[in-house]
Ligand binder design. Sequence first.
Ligand code: HEM
Length: 606
Amino acid sequence: VLYDTYTGVPLSEELLEYYEKNGLKETCTVNIQPCDANEWRRVDGSCNNLQEPARATFFSPMARILDAAFSDGYKARKAESGQELPPPREVRLKLLKQTLSSHKLLNNNVPGFAAFVYIDIGSIHDNENLLGQTTYCCEAEHMNDFACTPNIISDDDPVFGPTDIRCMNSTRPLTYQMYQCTKDSVPSPIKKATSPFDLSQIYNAKNEGDKVLRTFKGGELAVEEENGELFPPNGPTAVCPTNVKPNETRCFEHYYGTFIPVTLLTTWFVRHHNFIASNLAKLNPCWDDETTFQTARDINIAFYKQVYFYEFNTALQGRNNLFKAGVITKDNGFRDDYDDTKSPAVTVEFSFMKRLFHLMQESRTMLYDVHGNFIEEFKTFDATFRTGMLANNMPSFTQSMFRAPCHGGDGTVDFELANFALPAFQRAIDALSGDISKNRNFGLAPYVEYIRHFMGYEINSFEDLKTAGLMTDEKIALLKSTYEHVKDVDLMAGGGWCEKNMKGGNIPLTAANIINDNTMRAIQSDRHWYERRDRPHAFTEKQLKEIRKSTLAGLMCAVGDGVSEIPKKAFFNISPKNPLVSCSSKEIKKLNFKAWVDPACKKQKQ
Ligand code: HEM
């Protein structure tokens, strides 16, 4: 049945005719085979909700927590006074100091894992547009194009003032309206990914389905060996524009290899699938390829979710806060909050808030050998879209993830990221000015409205912010010197950059609220949620107990390159409380696949 991707309902003949006439059928529709209530999770996200099978698919739209706020024909909203809001670069310069800084608690796995999770539920189409297609927004004749939202640099800019650079490329977010997939008036940003947390960056990254990824033997994904290590295969359509030939040849055909952690984690989760599949196949020789593949995929997804929801989020918000918010369970047993009336859509705010991790991104990658001896400092941004270089140096980049702290945690931003983020593509890019620009061009409501929505405080003045106790006097003063009115403050500026970290956690409360809101939506709307007892092919109690052992340290020990020791809490810096431990020690929990032994195979053998 053909469905309209935007509304998620079966296509009317009239709409089909319109799409066909305008060559939009391929973009704006999705063809879904009839659902079977007992089948495995589909890779394209379809049939998750049996009543609305197209609701979670690749290219299905996002939801909004709060109504959109735009001005003048859906352009960036204006200040309360009716004037333009302060320019993004000015906001960034005033609110975030650009400096070198090392996080006291967290390491590079934190921003890295965040970026990996982002490409499961979001896409980098706006980045691709900024770097590959709409590259001209700083040219005088294009500055006012609708597609362009250039970030203007003032003459007194501390970095670029003395140079001839007066503009940074910035583009308007791509929307379903631009693709003509809807006539709704409020711009709706596109998303090229499935909505649930389902490792779609591993099993359906470019919406080509699993067929192109599988070997159809032993339930395994295709891999290639290079220098004794296994990688996702190369292919003719793979794009790695910064690979330096002839030595850097690795470039993933069916997966994203954007920058260091995404390339590493993609490689590890592909290998991890095969690690699981080969263990299952050994234990259950009577299983066919399909059963082994689907079971391995289900375990791999559950492993990833356990790490993300229980370990990563705990590192950011603290266990008690997560219990209180109801997003993790206390007893480690099953839970079933599925409600088929809930929408599986990811929120625009959640997807946007992932940019908060720009504050933790380091421009210096500290490379170590597998014994932990420091080798050299590498410029992080020289590795972007350069899978080949990384593939030649996996062990040292792997060590850099857990041996070196990430940036910040102190209200600063890495100097390079805030000025020269993509040196191979543009002379000047401030990723954080881009964040403020997108904040407005996604039409996100003012910061104070999110405070009202989540905490119930009415903020009408900067003094009210003080009463709410969300930020220091110094930050309130900074906001006051940047914005005319407290209602002008952008969500990222207030809720991401200026709020204090939440009590017991390492990120601001507003950011945590937005993340938890999305987590609850994900738990309630995903029929295949791994903690459900009552889902197709659900885990047994014994199996769920094994899944609870999943940790990032366990993943890196199992399939990381040259990892023989690691801190048990692999998102935290090495310290006396979090020392390096051997991968073979009991501290690093391993899944016991015997929980998946199928008695039918034994019977058949007998
Ligand atoms: C090598 C390190 C990184 C560089 C150079 C970089 C740079 C950028 C730039 C230039 C943009 C576009 C800003 C704009 O909209 O104008 C962007 C977008 C984004 N970044 Fe980063 N970033 C890095 C790391 C991260 C990390 C660790 C995360 C963690 C989640 C992240 C999340 C995002 C997201 C979600 C977007 C929006 C994607 C899109 O709309 O296409 N980035 N980044």
